[in-house]
Write a protein that binds this ligand. Structure first.
Ligand code: HEM
Ligand code: HEM
Length: 217
């Protein structure tokens, strides 16, 4: 299914989860570089937010599969469109993998998975210290990979917003979205609108409807 922008609930979830996920990355790094009582406080925040993010990721994926996404900008090279699609799949995969690894890590270490005072989640792995060590490294490494992907993702979003100036950012924002990559009126069109004659040939039917950014052709 293709349309102008993401479903409003997906936009809301995108920004809420972006805020929570970025906070979790900083809380995690803060946690492992801290000794003493602060470690326990940060972990007590890290666990329930991480598990809430797992539920939000499930909800988001279900809505995304039902409501679809806007069509990709066809004026972008094929490999760029593939890279964008793949990076989104990896982002979704890590949104599931990180909380599951955290949960599995604590289970393998024999620690209780407390979400709030008196509320425990069941263990999802049997007690195994070798598995605990492995899962702990995997959780840390994948968190780093997630952070790198997010930086690339933000970079790409800024290229769309500030350099290409297309509608990709708007498709995830809260204003009404226009179709992707609506071409900015060029000089000739502006002069025609102002009632001045122009020597340029009219845009052929195909091109006018393609929605492609003239600068990218
Ligand atoms: C933790 C941080 C973030 C994560 C995990 C994340 C994840 C994602 C994912 C998975 C998508 C694909 C949506 C889908 O197909 O359902 C997406 C789209 C998008 N994100 Fe983010 N995002 C994050 C932060 C940001 C930030 C900070 C910006 C802006 C600077 C941004 C801008 C966008 C835009 C414009 C789209 C639409 C891209 C397109 O459809 O091609 N994201 N994001
Ligand atoms: C999206 C969710 C999550 C993110 C982004 C995340 C991120 C992180 C990061 C960046 C670290 C520091 C890793 C390091 O530098 O070695 C960390 C550590 C940790 N995380 Fe998570 N985490 C998430 C979910 C969870 C969940 C759900 C749990 C438990 C139920 C959990 C338990 C832990 C524990 C126990 C550590 C400390 C490990 C140690 O002391 O070495 N995490 N996390």
């Amino acid at each position: 299914m293709t349309h102008r922008g993401f479903h409003p609930s997906l936009r809301l979830l995108h920004w809420l989860m972006a805020f929570l996920l970025l906070s979790m990355l900083f809380i995690g790094v803060g946690m492992v570089s801290t000794a003493g009582p602060l470690y326990a406080i940060l972990l007590a925040v890290h666990r329930p937010i991480g598990l809430a993010l797992l539920l939000l990721a499930l909800l988001r994926l279900a809505i995304r599969l039902r409501t679809g996404a806007p069509e990709q900008d066809q004026s972008l090279p094929r490999r760029v469109r593939c890279a964008a699609g793949l990076s989104h799949i990896f982002l979704y995969a890590l949104m599931f993998a990180l909380p599951l690894l955290g949960w599995a890590m604590l289970s393998a270490g024999g620690y209780p998975v407390v979400i709030a005072k008196g509320y425990l989640l069941p263990s999802i792995l049997t007690h195994d210290l070798a598995a605990f060590a492995w899962l702990r490294s995997a959780h840390g490494l994948l968190a780093l990979l997630f952070f790198a992907l997010i930086l690339g993702h933000i970079g790409a979003a800024l290229v769309h917003a500030l350099i290409r100036r297309d509608n990709v950012m708007r498709s995830m924002g809260f204003a009404r979205s226009s179709p992707r990559a609506a071409p900015a009126p060029d000089d000739g069109e502006l002069r025609a609108e102002a009632g001045e004659g122009t020597a340029e040939a009219p845009i052929p039917e195909d091109d006018a409807g393609s929605g492609a950014d003239p600068a990218a052709r």
